[in-house]
Design a protein around this ligand. Structure first.
Ligand code: THU
Length: 136
């Protein structure tokens, strides 16, 4: 199934990110993040950031969405939307970029958004040029 990043679809995914974001567990940073991933079959999986008193154990929303998707049988990411409360659309951190790249097909689209529903679209290669590959 070809997922089209139409304006309507993007807005819908941002809304879903903002809804799931309410479940973020971010008592330390106060920075709640929601992510929604759409796979090759059009299925959606979501994630929120989950922080921990041992700060380094925090896992970002995007990586939690990828983990949920893998458990659900996702093979390839078509779209991944992330949203948080920031002046400009929030882009995935470096660790998440590497994890997203593992599963993203070459025309996957990353939608970075904020609460005002401002957004920017990226290809994974824009976010992670020369990313690590075990077998390049
Ligand atoms: N965070 C995410 O969930 N995704 C990102 O792309 C950037 C950062 C989380 C991690 C931490 O819980 C909080 O935001 C502040 O860094």
């Amino acid at each position: 199934m070809k997922e089209q990043a139409t304006e309507a679809r993007i807005k819908e995914l941002i809304e879903k990110c903002l809804e799931i974001r309410k479940n973020a567990y971010a008592p330390y940073s106060g920075f709640a993040v929601g992510a929604v991933l759409v796979d090759h079959a059009g299925r959606e999986f979501s994630g929120v950031n989950v922080e921990n008193a041992s700060f380094g154990l925090t896992v970002c929303a995007e990586r939690n969405a990828v983990a949920a998707a893998v458990a659900g049988g996702m093979k390839q990411i078509k779209l991944l939307c992330v949203a948080a409360d920031a002046p400009a659309p929030v882009t995935p951190c470096g660790a998440c970029r590497q994890v997203i790249a593992e599963f993203a097909d070459e025309d996957a689209v990353i939608i970075a958004a904020n609460l005002d529903k401002n957004y920017k679209l990226y290809k994974v290669s824009d976010l992670l040029p020369e990313g690590f590959k075990l077998k390049p």
